[in-house]
Design a protein. Sequence first.
Length: 129
Amino acid sequence: MESKEKGIEAFESLLKGRDEIVKRGACKKCGGIGHLTFECKNMIKLKTATTESGSRIGMPGPSLIELEKMRIQKQLMETREEFEKTKRKLLEISKEKRKSRKKSKKQTHLKSKDSGTDSDLDIHQTQYN
């Protein structure tokens, strides 16, 4: 019986010691003891429990790297959207320029055609007069 009691006491002391270590400081990313969260090199993450309200328990918010990555992705999307808008505007402007060139060519062609017929009429009229 004494061996069982000693075993139970040893187990309880292990649990107490572990609780003290966890209270003293442990990594919040992987749960490992001996380093802090910012020193963590383990890619294993603890499972997070969620409450009814949807908030996470046991895990801090996204890491700085994840936040930076999200910020850069957002900037990239905004830049792409701006690029597409600018591209569309330039295409519209070039279409308008082409249309106006066509229109002005037609007008100059019609004017030259009209003026050409007038001069032909003048020549014919002078010959007959």
